[in-house]
Design a protein around this ligand. Structure first.
Ligand code: FE2
Length: 364
């Protein structure tokens, strides 16, 4: 079968935020990113300011509106700070757009070429869950810092040593009750992805609430989009809490790979990042469950890093607390040793940790 939607990799994740100037400071100083490009009034953009920050192969764009009657300001009013765009590199944005729309995707921006003195980039965009979009980016003929209209700032700013984050691993969406399979179908039909993991509500059942999750992956395994939906439980599902505060579906977390998670987590903690805690009982049984690993289990326990296994290998994970006052977006650090999917043990541990935070917020 020919691959009608070849994805070359992640291009960027753009967050629309209330104050991009201060957000950029957080991403640089707390998460170890380096500021590389800027667009705003000084570069001829009248309605918004955007800061590009990078670490390893990860590129994030932080944008805020400059006036109230602006789509960015209106988005942050409805959702708080959140992910607007998950950008994907493709060989042809026009072909990706044509294939996607033909398969039922909602067109957001028709294919167009934009250019400046560094070359040209081809862009197109389609809608996914909530107000999130996927921009298709073909940047083969572009040598500039990000996109035409952006000014490089890296030669002036200090280069951050970073915390060892290397690449995006997956980006997770939360959708409404009964809608998970709709979006699973969307990623199957529009992107030709397959469902590689499925956790039912019988598996992800914490004391009070439940949820269901399916992980969609492209053929290469580079791009993974897990989709969660709430399930009936004794009390309000944590996915319901997200949907209430986000004002609908959206991105729950962004997972980034490290090749040395112990060092990365130590560096992030030193910079003030707060992680979800994991109970002592997890560490009493983890070694028996996961078996031999290269890392020292004492380091994992000290830093509250989770370990799990699938049929191909093991993985280490940890989750930050939410990155803004609304209980919505947070980050994950993941280190994979052969494992290509996710383990059920960590899934459950994550949702139990979130539930403890949810109770502290009075939303359980
Ligand atoms: Fe994750």
């Amino acid at each position: 079968m020919n691959d009608f939607m070849p994805l070359e990799g992640w291009d960027h994740v753009e967050l629309w935020v209330g104050n991009a100037k201060q957000a950029a400071f957080f991403y640089e100083n707390a998460l170890g990113f380096t500021r590389t490009a800027y667009a705003g009034p000084e570069t001829g953009v009248r309605d918004r300011a955007s800061y590009v920050v990078e670490q390893g192969d990860i590129r994030l764009v932080l944008t805020s509106g400059l006036r109230g009657n602006n789509e960015v300001s209106e988005f942050t009013c409805r959702h708080g700070d959140g992910v607007k765009d998950i950008g994907l590199q493709v060989p042809s944005a026009a072909e990706a757009y044509r294939q996607a729309v033909q398969r039922g995707a909602r067109g957001i921006a028709e294919p167009q070429w934009v250019e400046d003195e560094h070359g040209k980039v081809e862009l197109a965009a389609i809608g996914t869950y909530g107000e999130v979009i996927h921009t298709f980016v073909n940047r083969e003929e572009y040598a500039g810092p990000y996109l035409p209209g952006y000014r490089s700032v890296s030669e002036n700013g200090h280069l951050s040593p970073g915390v060892g984050l290397k690449a995006l691993d997956h980006v997770v969406g939360n959708v409404e009750l009964g809608r998970m399979n709709h979006w699973v179908g969307f990623y199957e039909r529009v992107f030709g992805m397959t469902n590689i993991v499925h956790f039912g509500d019988d598996q992800i059942q914490t004391e009070y609430s439940a949820l269901m999750s399916k992980v969609m992956s492209d053929g290469s395994g580079k791009i993974k989009f897990p989709i969660n939906e709430p399930a009936e439980g004794k009390r309000k599902s944590q996915i319901e809490e997200y949907l209430e505060f986000n004002g609908g579906p959206g991105v729950q977390h962004i997972a980034m790979q490290s090749e040395d998670i112990v060092r990365t987590v130590e560096a992030m903690k030193e910079r003030g990042i707060a992680f979800l805690d994991t109970p002592e009982t997890y560490y009493e049984e983890v070694q028996g469950r996961v078996g031999e690993i290269n890392e020292d289990y004492d380091d994992l326990e000290r830093l509250r890093i989770l370990a799990d296994r699938d049929e191909d290998g093991y993985l280490l994970q940890i989750f930050t607390k939410t990155a803004q006052d609304r209980p919505t977006v947070f980050f994950e650090v993941i280190e994979r040793h052969g494992a290509t999917t996710f383990g059920e043990g960590n899934f459950k541990a994550l949702f139990e940790s979130i539930e403890r935070e949810q109770a502290l917020r009075g939303n359980l």
